[in-house]
Ligand binder design. Structure first.
Ligand SMILES: [Mn+2]
Length: 456
């Protein structure tokens, strides 16, 4: 089944070219002063147990600015008089003994040859070289508390009270974070980034179809999870973009359920929030459907309402609209629907708003940006005003209703209890209107009922 599905995948996109990385670098550097020193650290390695680490992933800012994926890496940019900005990378030097155990390294030569940098240095010489660069800067542009060694060097440079400093006033006096500038750049996706997001979304859509095909009563949530995550790798995704949520029945009403250890029972709805990462870019998809392949009349009512809200919200994803427009639309449609069904017994006005009655059953927001991070960077309300959509922005649309009968704090009729529905797609804003990147993942009731269990 996997080979069949993977054959439907378009050719892998090319990725980000050097010219684009350099363009990103210069857009950031054009906002700095010549006396600034920019330092971008990759993520630290995280221990899992004894001598086993969690799989490593570079920091998104490092990936964004130069695509460097090795465990050791500190990117810096300094302004050289008469020459302009020099972009340099501290890397682990080649070491055959280490490479035999842990894998090949690019080393200094490989880094200079294959990455969009002007110069590579040995990580072992960072204290000396970076110390020197720091002494010649006035301000450090750094997100601190990512790399402890770098923090120590920067702290020492700022608190330094040596003779040259006293004599010539050299050395940095402050740190500022590059994150707001990077967030603003990363918020608008380039065509190459969109191609990667689309590929991650295609892999994830096919993985959801694989899960639908193997579904049946009494299958384990973990078995569905294994199918989906197995497909991510089978299709050459790097793995999941976030831990998979695979919850049946009551578990579907727990927003971030992740133990995925229960058996799916006949008549239950399963909620699957799972998606792949590809070349650092995330997808984010949720689908909810009956494990036995047939919606009960009550499940169908709730599903139809959430789907209608989701489609109306996607239609709001147009240039110039406010970021809050999709969420407002979702709340209005779902509140009206629940009042009509008698699940909410209040006025529309009392149902809406941050304290409204709808909040009992729909307790999260409708959207977040998506990109290198699944909850991507980018301020939603710059200066307190909701941001307006621009072409190139990518966000999720994910309304849901969760009737957790197990909850002691709310009351719900038995007929609705245990129904948890979320429908989530990733939407690119374009001048021609919303472009649903995850459109290959089925969500119409007729399509779902046809696919569910078709591989059994
Ligand atoms: Mn999401």
């Amino acid at each position: 089944m996997f080979a069949d599905l993977v054959s439907q995948l378009a050719d892998a996109p090319e990725g980000i070219c050097d010219a684009e990385y350099k363009e990103r670098q210069s857009r950031l550097l054009s906002q700095l002063a010549p006396s600034d020193l920019l330092i971008i650290c990759t993520n630290p390695v995280a221990k899992r147990s004894n001598d086993v680490n969690h799989p490593f992933r570079g920091s998104s800012d490092m990936l964004y600015l130069c695509g460097w994926e090795e465990e050791k890496g500190v990117l810096i940019a300094r302004h050289v008089k008469g020459e302009g900005w020099s972009v340099e990378l501290f890397v682990e030097p080649r070491n055959v003994l280490m490479e035999v155990w842990n894998g090949r390294l690019h080393g200094l030569e490989g880094a200079e040859e294959k990455y969009p940098i002007d110069k590579a240095h040995s990580y072992n010489e960072m204290a000396e070289i970076l110390g020197d660069y720091l002494l010649n800067s006035k301000r450090v542009v750094l997100r601190n508390r990512v790399n402890e060694e770098v923090d120590k060097l920067v702290d020492a440079a700022i608190s330094d009270n040596s003779r040259p400093r006293q004599q010539f006033g050299l050395g940095p006096t402050s740190i500022t974070s590059p994150s707001p500038m990077l967030a603003e750049l990363r918020l608008r996706k380039s065509p190459a980034e969109i191609a990667l997001l689309r590929h991650a979304s295609d892999i994830s859509s096919l993985a959801h179809i694989a899960a639908m095909k193997v579904a049946k009563a009494d299958i384990g949530e973990w078995q569905i999870q294994a199918t989906i995550e197995g497909f991510f790798r089978f299709a050459k995704g790097s793995g999941w973009a976030y831990p998979s949520i695979v919850g049946c029945g009551d578990n579907a009403t727990i927003l971030h359920y992740s133990s995925n250890n229960m058996t799916c029972r006949d008549g239950e709805v399963i909620l699957i929030d799972a998606a792949a990462e590809y070349c650092g870019y995330a997808s984010d998809i949720t689908r909810s459907w009956p494990i036995n392949g047939e919606f009960s009349p009550d499940q169908k009512k709730i599903y139809t309402l959430v789907l209608a809200a989701q489609k109306a919200a996607i239609a709001e994803c147009v240039v110039g609209n406010l970021f809050t427009a999709p969420h407002d639309k979702v709340c209005e449609i779902m509140a009206e629907g629940l009042i009509e069904m008698g699940i909410l017994q209040c006025s529309l006005e009392d149902a809406l708003g941050p304290e409204g009655e709808l909040r009992q059953w729909y307790m999260h927001n409708t959207s977040h940006w998506i990109g290198l991070d699944v909850h991507d960077v980018g301020v939603y309300r710059p200066d307190g005003e909701a941001r307006k959509f621009e072409a190139g922005m990518v966000l999720t649309i994910e309304p849901g209703l969760y009737f957790g009968g197990w909850r002691p704090d709310v009351e719900i009729e038995d007929r609705w209890s245990g129904i948890g529905i979320r429908i989530e797609d990733d939407v690119l804003i374009t001048d021609e209107g919303p472009d649903v990147l995850t459109a290959k993942c089925p969500k119409e009731i007729s399509e779902l009922e046809k696919i569910i269990g078709s591989d059994n």
